[in-house]
Design a binder for this molecule. Structure first.
Ligand SMILES: Nc1ncnc2c1ncn2[C@@H]1O[C@H](COP(=O)(O)OP(=O)(O)OP(=O)(O)O)[C@@H](O)[C@H]1O
Length: 453
């Protein structure tokens, strides 16, 4: 059975007119009240039965309902002074067969206070939205495990490990070459943890000049130094309170800052520059490094006590060349992403391009692969990406590898022919053949076996 409005018309009108806090009035073509709901009567402190049948001007102070009937013009969100306050109302003429037969009035806000409250509520929501946007823009996009494209067994194992350790509050040290995806894993740990609704704050330890590092990390008080912002500034640790701080490239952090970080981790306190008292903070630390921290400890560039604090759980992200099964999948994903973004149809890679990708060493890891694919998509005039579209360093490696393979095969063929000839000349006497070839007898035995002679 088709459900039309007729089936629940009464319930609908009952709900709309009589429940809730809407104030509603209807007048006829003479401006006489034909309907007024309970909510409006309560607000006006009037008797409903007395109001119905009375001209609206005698019941509602400063009303314009009768004027709307006369003009036939609707008045939306109009201010009306009533009971010592301004209310906000809509007045709509009721029209039948082209003739105004009355008007419908509805109070949106009973006083400006109510409106201001709503207004400030909306403002608060807008501010919250703005804050989230700001946070988002300042921290860049945020990632989770499903953003990490992989099919290699190494990354599958690593993802499993991340899932296990993320919910606990332990410090995590992510190790691996630059561009392997350590930051993606740091985000994932945060998103899978209890702190996921709290801030994730990244500190690029290598990018902040040493003289600014302390104030960046721990903030400063009003007037702490010349040029300091009025009112002071919160540091990254304060911003990350209750959330996670990601110390990217911790191996590049100067010793002076390492001492302070150790204090935060041990005492749960930070001291802003120029502050008299330390401040409590609750942060989970995730650090990353591409440097051998142990060697830095030996050369006294990294504190051993800090090393043990941050290295509670160590996760190693292997370089791309050690997980070549991820290369085609990543390359296709990046190709799709870029071609969609720039609106250029590129179907895929020629077979020799994928071969070149797998033979290349990718010193810049996934970041370098992403850049290579991006530039190829921009440059190509073909539907399928060809060798000429990819960076020369990548295709040259393939060429050299193939040449090496060729050379090896030629050398082996020459060796096989020489041994065969020598054996023929020596009439199968291996001792004599080895003498003719100038090699040891055992070496000849080995090679004859290798070439099935
Ligand atoms: N498995 C992956 N799937 C998809 N994108 C990846 C993957 N690994 C890395 N990337 C991308 O490669 C780039 C480098 O990754 P990321 O910044 O996480 O590496 P990193 O190890 O933190 O590098 P660095 O040490 O230089 O900071 C980013 O654009 C990232 O999105």
């Amino acid at each position: 059975m088709e459900l039309t409005i007729d089936h629940y018309e009464n319930e609908l009108f009952q709900t709309f007119f009589e429940s809730g806090s809407f104030c509603i009035v209807v007048v006829d073509e003479k401006g006489v009240i034909s309907y007024i709901n309970d909510s409006y009567c309560r607000f006006l402190k009037i008797n409903k039965h007395e109001a119905i049948g009375t001209h609206v001007t005698k019941v509602i102070e400063n009303t314009r309902m009768h004027l709307v009937v006369e003009s036939g013009e609707e008045e939306m969100a109009d201010l009306q002074y009533i009971r010592g306050n301004y209310m906000i109302a809509n007045r709509i003429p009721l029209v039948a067969d082209g003739v105004v037969i009355g008007a419908f009035g509805m109070v949106l806000f009973r006083d400006t206070e109510e409106w201001l409250k709503m207004n400030s509520h909306i403002r608060e929501l807008l501010l919250e939205l703005k804050a989230y946007r700001f946070q988002h823009n300042n921290q860049g996009p945020s990632y989770s495990l499903h953003h990490i494209i992989s099919q290699s067994s190494q990354l599958t194992k690593l993802k499993d490990k991340i899932k296990k350790i993320a919910p606990s509050d332990v410090s995590v040290l992510l190790r691996g070459e630059s561009g392997t995806g350590k930051e993606l894993f740091a985000h994932s740990v945060h998103h899978l943890s209890e702190r996921s609704n709290q801030p994730f704050v990244k500190v690029n330890c290598a990018a902040i000049p040493e003289h600014l590092l302390e104030s960046e990390l721990f903030g400063y008080q009003d007037g702490a130094f010349t040029g300091a912002k009025k009112g002071g500034k919160a540091g990254k640790f304060q911003l990350a309170d209750k959330g996670t701080i990601f110390l990217d490239e911790i191996g590049d952090m100067p010793l002076s800052a390492q001492v302070k970080i150790l204090r935060v981790l041990q005492e749960g306190e930070v001291e802003a520059v120029g502050a008299v008292h330390p401040q409590k903070v609750d942060v989970r630390v995730i650090a990353s490094t591409h440097q051998p921290l142990e060697a830095l400890i030996d050369s006294q560039q990294f504190r051993e006590d800090l090393y043990y604090r941050i290295n509670v759980m160590e996760c190693y992200v292997p370089p791309l060349r050690e997980r070549s099964s991820d290369i085609p999948l990543l390359a296709h994903t990046f190709l799709q992403k870029v071609s969609e973004r720039i609106g250029k149809r590129v179907a895929g890679f020629e077979e020799d391009v994928l071969q070149a990708f797998t033979l290349y060493g990718w010193p810049g890891n996934v970041r370098e692969l992403e850049n290579a694919v991006e530039s190829a998509v921009h440059l190509t005039n073909n539907e399928w990406i060809q060798l000429e579209d990819i960076p020369s360093s990548v295709w040259k490696k393939r060429e050299n590898t193939l040449k090496q393979v060729d050379l090896k095969a030629q050398l082996e063929e020459a060796e096989r022919t020489a041994i065969k000839d020598a054996l023929q000349r020596a009439k199968g006497d291996k001792k004599e053949a080895s003498r003719l070839l100038g090699i040891g007898k055992s070496s000849l035995y080995e090679k004859a076996k290798k070439y099935h002679l």
